[in-house]
Ligand binder design. Structure first.
Ligand code: GDP
Ligand code: MN
Length: 377
């Protein structure tokens, strides 16, 4: 789960990291009032789950409150990488001497948190790591001990020569590790970490992702979820208890079991199609769950055909068939639906489907090929 910059900054503040103050505005007038409070020189920043807001016109410096209102007017409603900006952060402008990058994330290959620092900050770190690997320093944390002070100094030493800046930064690195572990984050990033002409080190941007599996024991963090900032379909799926990931293809997939869902997506690609989603309706599927799944898939305008691939073990095929019929009575679905059901109560399901005018496919290959053909037609 991604946090907004203002939420991540709050986590940073709690850990003691120096972060400029800031307030959220949902209207240009609110932005103007906040700018007034801060003396006029403010940055107006789009709050969307996307990097590169600066380049997309989502970060603007204002010289006075009227200017802040104007920028907020332009940024609110702006689309950045498909996401509409609904709120802006208004924060006092900092004078910047240097910009660096400081981040920590879970590294799957070392199975531990890894710190990444670079003096080439404010820009895309992936690009720096690839094209100028010498400008990046990494450190893998042993989670049994946590981050030790000398390790934080070793990282900070890579960024600056001035011992005073190194000292402040080492402290911030320790605090970032604390914010990271305390919130169950999978990623926490400061880009840029700045130095000011007065010789202060501060975080003026903040990015955090929380591990979904940590949320059940951190209701305070879970409550930060902004459902308006994620695809509508993903919110609906989570509420219906379905595992769903939206993708960019045209073949909607409704499958039970993550393994079968993956295999089905592979087969869609094999036959020349692109899956529109990953969807696992789970083991014990009642008709309601199936109806929600169909509703979610059909709400994607890219979907040109819908493919059911169900293996009835605990899931009963007749429940799924009834769910499909139920969903069709509730909502109008334009895309053609092809169905393969096999296993528990298969005969019953076939009867239900045939009565409703569907033909059911026996083999996985046949049904996937047909779904791809229909999507292409
Ligand atoms: P991002 O583009 O989404 O990563 O947004 P950032 O918060 O990192 O802002 C992008 C860039 O805007 C930064 O790298 C800075 O150069 C600039 N910027 C952001 N906040 C300030 C500020 O308070 N003062 C100044 N002078 N520049 C800022
Ligand atoms: Mn940034």
């Amino acid at each position: 789960m991604d946090l907004h910059e203002y939420q991540a900054k709050e986590c940073f503040r709690t850990a003691g990291i120096p972060v400029p103050p800031g307030k959220i505005a949902r209207t240009p007038e609110q932005a103007e009032a906040i700018a007034m409070e801060y003396g006029g020189n403010v940055v107006v920043k789009a709050q969307v789950h996307s990097g590169g807001r600066g380049k997309a016109g989502g970060v603007k410096l204002a010289v006075d409150p009227a200017d802040a209102r104007k920028h907020a007017q332009n940024i609110l409603g702006l689309e950045i990488k498909g996401l509409t900006v609904e709120k802006v952060l208004v924060t006092p402008t900092e004078e910047i001497d240097t910009e660096a990058y400081l981040g920590v994330l879970i590294d799957r290959s070392s199975q531990a948190p890894i710190f990444i620092v670079s003096a080439a900050g404010g820009i895309d770190i992936e690009e720096v790591a690839e094209t100028r690997p010498d400008e990046v320093r990494r450190f893998v944390v042993d989670p049994r001990h946590g981050l030790l002070p000398h390790q934080a100094f070793w990282l900070a030493d890579f960024l600056y020569d001035d011992p005073e800046l190194i000292k402040q930064t080492a402290k911030i690195i320790g605090q970032l590790y604390e914010a990271f572990t305390n919130t169950g984050a999978s990623m926490a990033e400061i880009n840029p970490l700045i130095t000011t002409p007065e010789g202060k080190v501060k975080a003026i941007d903040a990015k955090m992702s929380i591990d979904e599996n940590e949320l059940f024991r951190r209701p305070d963090i879970a409550s930060l979820r902004d459902t308006s900032a994620e695809p509508k379909a993903e919110t609906l799926a989570r509420e219906a208890g379905l595992s769903f990931v939206k993708l960019d293809g045209e073949v909607g997939c409704c499958v039970n079991g993550a393994g079968l869902a993956m295999a089905t997506m592979d087969l869609v690609k094999y036959y020349g199609g692109e899956p529109a989603n990953f969807l696992d309706i789970g083991g014990s599927s009642n008709p309601d769950k199936v109806a929600s799944a169909l509703q979610i898939i059909a709400s994607d305008p890219n979907v040109k055909s819908i493919l059911f691939n169900i293996f009835g073990g605990i899931t009963r095929c007749d429940d799924v068939a009834n769910g499909i019929i139920e969903a069709l009575s509730r909502i109008e679905i334009r895309a053609p639906i092809v169905i393969r059901l096999t296993g528990t109560n298969e005969e019953l399901a076939l009867e239900i489907l045939q009565n409703a005018g569907f033909s059911a496919y026996a083999s996985m290959d046949d049904v996937v090929e047909e779904a791809v053909r229909l999507a292409r037609a």
